[in-house]
Design a protein around this ligand. Structure first.
Ligand code: NAI
Ligand code: AKG
Length: 410
């Protein structure tokens, strides 16, 4: 199925088999959130920390050139995006290289997503996967049967729950940011060189700033919190005593060898494939609910799809409608006022807001995540299967329907 979609990762451990498996997962992920793309993935086996920014740029541009020579990149072929170890800046270099090679095609910006906004990116893509993880956890656990099945209180609420996060990169940071913004307490964060534990709550913004500045959790004080504990073992986060554990680094974090240490009631797969099949069996046998990656981290590709649509239309979402929506609301409020209803300046400021690009993206993201979670829960209940199998069932059915109804010619 083409065009295809998926991220490019820079990780020393990346292998061809891993990329092939992740590409397959992307096909199904696109189907789950109704993104009309096939699946793809790319990888370069480097640890970017070993190279200067100029060297990483050269690697990125050479990699893009090789993709181009093999006809493996382009708006109607394959559209890469960021993944583990890659950034918006790398996507800008991919776009620029592609545009140089293609002779500045007007649709060139649609050759890659996750670009900086100034390079034709879309507002909201940077945080999309993490925000989608937040929406997904909220939607799954707001379902009474799912929450009760995990041994959580019903009704469940983010604000009354505790969270542990493995990996405070793009996905992990934004998931933590929106969880904290909505009142949830993040009490454990695991990074490359250690785990930060604080029952009173980890200040996610301060920890992120510390990691950016020092590339290490060492020396983090959490505002001199007396309950802070720093542990040198990055895997200690997996044993945190929380309601929801969010692995958001690499695949294979939870295996049959360590699944027994998990104390969370729910494992929310923000990363791709963080729970091995054998570990899934152990967690399920222990009554721990797994929210599957296929649905939970699909917000990234969904908003990437919005970014491609923006590039192909050559127009920012909301540009034609924002002011018109505000004028319509102004008219409505004035009419109400003429009929004797008092509208305060505060009401007016709150109500007269047309949807800008970010508002459009958040709306589409929330809608897509709610629909995918709802369908997954419905299929799981109807067929008496796990959420993961239900997500696969929906995705495989959609792909089969698309291929079957297309037929075969010549
Ligand atoms: N970026 C995206 O839009 C999407 C990413 N994903 C998946 O989410 C996962 C994370 O991706 P990103 O956040 O983009 O990568 P990233 O490179 O921005 O962040 C990864 C983070 O994990 C940390 N990390 C590495 N090894 C660790 C360990 N052993 N313990 C704890 N932390 C460790 C890194 O230091 C880094 O902060 C990957 O599995 C990726 O495939 C899935 C959907 C979309
Ligand atoms: O945004 C995209 O196109 C791809 C995101 C991705 O790599 C993933 O969902 O694993």
């Amino acid at each position: 199925m083409s065009p295809s979609k998926g991220g490019i990762r820079y990780a020393e451990s990346v292998t061809r088999e891993e990329v092939e498996a992740l590409a397959c997962l992307m096909t199904l992920k696109c189907a789950v959130v109704e993104v009309p793309y096939g699946g793809a993935k790319g990888g370069v086996a480097i640890n970017r920390g070993d190279y200067s920014p100029a060297e990483v740029e050269r690697i990125t541009r050479r990699f893009t050139t090789e993709l181009h020579r093999r006809h493996l990149i382009g708006p109607d072929v394959d559209v890469p995006a960021p993944d583990f170890g890659t950034t918006a800046g790398d996507m800008a270099h991919i776009k620029d290289t592609y545009m140089q090679l293609e002779g500045q095609s007007v649709f060139g910006a649609a050759c890659v997503t996750g670009k900086p906004v100034g390079q034709g990116g879309i507002r909201g893509r940077e945080e999309a996967t993490g925000l989608g993880v937040y929406f997904g956890i909220r939607e799954f656990l707001s379902n009474k049967a799912v929450a009760a099945g995990a041994g959580l209180p019903t009704p469940w609420s983010v604000a009354a729950s505790t969270f542990a996060i493995q990996g405070l990169g793009n996905v992990g940071y934004w998931a933590a940011h929106f969880i904290a913004k909505n009142g949830g307490r993040v009490t454990a964060v695991g990074e490359r060189d250690g785990t930060v534990l604080d029952a009173a709550g980890v200040d996610v913004e301060a920890l992120k700033a510390h990691l950016v500045a020092h590339k290490s959790v060492a020396g983090f004080t959490n505002g001199d919190s007396p309950s802070l504990v720093l542990v040198a073992d990055p895997a200690a986060v997996l044993a945190a005593d929380v309601d929801v554990l969010i692995p958001a680094a690499l695949e294979g974090a939870i295996t049959s060898a360590n699944a027994h240490v998990v104390r969370a009631k729910v494992v929310a797969e923000a990363a791709n494939g963080p729970v091995t099949a054998a570990a899934d069996d152990v967690l399920t046998a222990r009554g721990i609910t797994v929210l599957p990656d296929l649905v939970l981290n699909a917000g990234g590709v969904l908003v990437s799809y919005f970014e491609v649509s923006k590039a192909l239309a050559g127009l920012r979402f909301g540009r034609l409608t924002q002011r018109a929506e505000e004028a319509a609301m102004e008219n409505l409020l004035s009419t109400l006022q003429n009929h004797g209803i008092t509208i305060t300046d505060r009401d007016r400021r709150r109500l007269v807001i047309g949807a800008d690009e970010r508002a459009h993206v958040y709306s589409g993201l929330e809608d897509g995540m709610c629909a995918a979670c709802g369908e997954t829960v419905k299929v799981a209940a109807e067929k008496g299967i796990s959420l993961r199998i239900a997500a696969y069932y929906t995705a495989v059915s959609r792909v089969a329907n698309a291929l079957g109804s297309r037929g075969l010619w010549p």
